[in-house]
Design a protein around this ligand. Sequence first.
Ligand SMILES: C[S@@+](CC[C@H](N)C(=O)[O-])C[C@H]1O[C@@H](n2cnc3c(N)ncnc32)[C@H](O)[C@@H]1O
Length: 269
Amino acid sequence: MRINSFDPVAQAYSTKVAPRRFSQFLTLVHELELLGHEKVLDIGSGPGELSLQIARQLEAGGFLHGIDLAPNMVRLARKTAALHGYNNVTFQKGNALNIQFNDDVFDVVVSSNAFPWVPDRLLFLQEVYRVLKPGGRFGLVALSNDCYREFCEAFRRVSKENPDLFPIHKPFDLVGAKLHSMFELSRQVAKVGFQIQKRFVLSTQEPITPDDYLDRVNAIINENYLSHLTNNKQRTTARQLLYNALARRNGELKVTESSTFVIATKPVS
Ligand SMILES: C[S@@+](CC[C@H](N)C(=O)[O-])C[C@H]1O[C@@H](n2cnc3c(N)ncnc32)[C@H](O)[C@@H]1O
């Protein structure tokens, strides 16, 4: 299994994927009910769209820190923040599994779609719990197990018919990502001590061509689902089979973006 790095796809992610998640970002900002003076941490802030939506709601005394493992993502987020003149945000390279802040410092922690990619999800949640103040709020968004369902179905079909090309049937498993159901996700969040306030799934669908679909998926996982194939001819065949499986829908292909939201609080004591 390959660990997915977002460094090579940062630019593609910021143009092909992040804008499609805008309604998710606005939904999360709405659910947070910010008062304006909060200290907010965004974990896995990527190119910074969610962070900047939050920063827009902040007033004097409020600020947002974004951390991300991928330096190219940090660079993009800084560039966008500077372009739009935000002076209440900072973006730094940082690891969700070892957050470089003291205990009990943030009023709000958010994380949008970084959770599926971390190798130790319990430690991720324990770190969030540690840096949140008692009474602080946590807004977690994570790819639901319905996300990119059309690609996953095509992959399953092709992998079952061609076991020599694909060792397993779930493309996200091949890149070390875990897609969660709403119940699984909220159970994990509750397990570290959070009180769950709300949980729901938000899905959108739009028509798309097979080329654009593959571009969209590759802007996240960079064809890492083919990285076990060292032979170029095999890679080309595998790529073509996946394309054909998507193209079979013949003009009816849609892309499903779907994420689970969990809004939780750290108890006061
Ligand atoms: C799918 S992108 C999401 C970016 C942004 N939050 C959004 O919703 O558009 C996942 C991000 O999480 C970051 N990430 C993955 N593992 C991480 C970790 N252990 N610590 C910090 N960031 C991480 C990746 O580098 C990537 O930028």
